[in-house]
Design a protein around this ligand. Sequence first.
Ligand code: ZN
Length: 112
Amino acid sequence: MEAARLAEQKGVPVLRRYMQMEIVPAADEALEFRNYLLREEHRDHVRLLDPTAERDHELLRMCGWCNCICCDETWLSVEEAVNYLGLFGAPQLPQITHGICPDCALNFKDLA
Ligand SMILES: [Zn+2]
């Protein structure tokens, strides 16, 4: 098995990190996961990503790799989803559950 490389984007409320994960074979049929920081960008505070924000019982599905959010079967960036769902200034925010968006799923399929 050769090393596999995946690009991913990790978001925190005020920072966007572009990462690369490398999966390489290790001894005894194990796999080693290596993560590299490619670059960081400042972003305006995104309350939806703030772990201290109050949450209601609604669920939003976020891609665990690129942080896009599924809105009515369309995957949007966090900022687009906040606007689309009218969450800016909402007293409570939905909880976030994780999945994988179709684009990221295709990247994994290409590795198989
Ligand atoms: Zn994704």
